[in-house]
Design a protein around this ligand. Structure first.
Ligand SMILES: [Zn+2]
Length: 108
């Protein structure tokens, strides 16, 4: 009756996912900073001479945009949610920054 009886296919979920995306749910609020590479990212602040430490707090490597989006263990939960949503809406992971911008305006 509501389209969910068959285990919820992509098609039956699609409208609700789209609706959810347009509601601007802040799953990954730092994404604007990440996608522009400007802001509170240590490699950026380091280039500007605003910090002496460019390492990520996870202590695995330099804190860069790619590190935060694709590698940082401290953002694992947010990343998993973004991957889940990307795949649910027919996208591929890893997504390009452009894809993230187009698909995740909720974060901007
Ligand atoms: Zn990290």
């Amino acid at each position: 009756m509501d389209g969910y009886e068959n285990g919820g296919s992509y098609k039956s979920f699609s409208p609700s996912v789209r609706k959810m995306l347009t509601k601007k749910i802040p799953i990954f609020p730092e994404l604007t900073t990440l996608l522009t590479g400007h802001g509170n990212i240590k490699s950026y602040l380091y280039r500007l001479g605003l910090t002496h430490n460019r390492m990520c707090p996870c202590e695995e490597e330099e804190q860069t945009v790619d590190h935060l989006i694709f590698k940082c263990k401290k953002l694992r939960n947010q990343r998993n949610e973004m991957i889940r949503q990307t795949k649910n809406t027919g996208g591929n992971w890893p997504a390009t920054n452009e894809t993230l911008i187009n698909n995740y305006q909720i974060f901007l």
